[in-house]
Design a protein around this ligand. Structure first.
Ligand code: CDP
Length: 210
């Protein structure tokens, strides 16, 4: 059987992660959350006390990121996500990380990659492309519930503002801005439960693979 890649893109907190993990499990494919590669680069810079605005230094760190060692629980902090979206505007950083992501994407029997530019830049030939989205209010609500479920205090209005700021930075950067690929199927999960979104995504993938 031909090697297959499923590309999943969308804005912050749209639910790509959960969907991608479940799709990968369902089809027996390898999964890569490419956001973690940007987060790992940002965290390594922060931990080493290095600047977040020096492209050459950030590129050196990006070239050393090991995809096997990525752990969302270690990289989950809000500040790490913010720093990730800042270094993600740097072309040299993107080149280094995209190279590693493309190598991962070729693994057999298949792969699921999620991020911002998978269908447009990393895997333009992916067999299936999904663009998962939801309104900023719904996405902020999901983030809020996640934080509260972890026993922490959250401010809903501040999270809405954060989500909008992150969208703005991701959609308006010059290199690989967040946008649906022309051949992506749009999936708006604003009114869907996780289960309903997964079922909808699975139908789209099954249709494309048949
Ligand atoms: O989980 P969350 O939506 O906060 O973001 P993430 O997927 O962990 O990604 C963090 C940041 O990395 C994003 O805001 C993007 O700026 C950047 N990113 C990117 O530029 N390209 C990707 N393929 C994945 C993430």
């Amino acid at each position: 059987m031909k090697q297959i890649t499923i590309a999943i893109d969308g804005p912050a907190a749209a639910g790509k992660g959960t969907l991608s993990r479940r799709l990968a499990e369902t089809y027996g494919f390898h999964h890569l959350d490419t956001g973690l590669t940007y987060r790992a680069t940002a965290k390594a810079l922060i931990d080493a006390g290095l600047p977040l605005d020096d492209e050459t230094i950030a590129e050196q760190i990006a070239l050393k990121i090991d995809l096997a060692g990525l752990d969302r629980s270690v990289l989950a902090r809000h500040e790490v996500g913010e720093a990730a979206s800042k270094i993600a505007v740097m072309p040299a950083v993107r080149r280094a990380l995209v190279e590693a992501q493309r190598t991962f994407a070729r693994r057999g029997p298949g792969t699921v990659l999620d991020g911002r530019d998978i269908g447009t830049v990393v895997c333009p030939d992916a067999a299936v492309k999904l663009y998962v989205t939801a309104s900023p209010q719904v996405r902020a609500r999901r983030r809020y519930d996640e934080i509260v479920a972890n026993g922490q205090v959250a401010d809903y209005d501040a999270i809405v503002e954060d989500v909008k700021k992150r969208d703005d930075r991701d959609m308006n950067r010059a290199d690989s801005p967040l946008r649906p690929a022309e051949d992506a199927v749009l999936l708006d999960t604003s009114e869907m439960s996780i289960e309903a979104a997964f079922q909808a995504a699975k139908r789209i993938v099954d249709a494309a693979l048949n």
